[in-house]
Design a protein around this ligand. Sequence first.
Ligand code: FBP
Length: 262
Amino acid sequence: MISGADDAITRDGKALILAYDHGIEHGPVDFEPNPATADPERVFDLATHDAVTALAVGKGVAESYYPSYEDDVALLAKLNGTSNLWMGEPDSAVNWSVDHAADLGADAIGFTLYGGSNNEVEMAEEFRDAQEGAREHDMGVVMWSYPRGQGLKNDTSPDTIAYAARLGLELGADVVKVKYPGSGEAMAKAARMAGPTKVVMSGGSKTNDVAFLETVAAALDGGAEGLAVGRNVFQRENPGEILDALEALMFEGATVEEALTY
Ligand code: FBP
């Protein structure tokens, strides 16, 4: 990690990354709970909320929409991604180059690594090229560290998530995004393993306000420095309200109860 490399995608050292690569990763089914969010413009508008420190999107969406938002949104270029139509061992195609992302004005790159997959070696080598390219362009590096594949039995156990977080440090990420390991204590272990690399919690499938905010609060108490969230924001009927609550919780020191009233 290079100190300050993540400044453009953090606020007070913390990250609230709005993830919107679901059109690739899961397909249109993720837009069904709130059909308007199939329109990327809706989500770019949400990303202008003060709580959001960066918006993670794939190349095509960035090319079509980011030019209208470049003054108001920090762009996290999600370089690799694979559709749910792919049935093979976990893998992720590199869909755009670091240079192209830099030309578009990206502030940081995002890259998925499936540790434990049969494709881990190739993915780590692709990550190396992307990470070093990002350094040349002074862009931050965010790793989606999702162990899965082959014989992996539990991809969210505390030990697996601690290992996932450590891979972020070892491979040179500024921010490593991991699934919630089930408790604040387990998140603390992951944060300890990541050293100076910031650990952020992955949002997961949509839950109710209280359950979601309590999980975020536990992760923050455990040492996570934010979250990268998609469905738990854009699938809500009023996504702006949960962003208000997250802003209170993450940046204004509110409790979950207080945040719910924002
Ligand atoms: P969510 O907050 O909706 O879980 O999004 C986080 C994320 O990492 C997205 O960036 C990505 O599209 C998706 O989850 C991948 O989820 P998975 O591969 O676990 O199905």
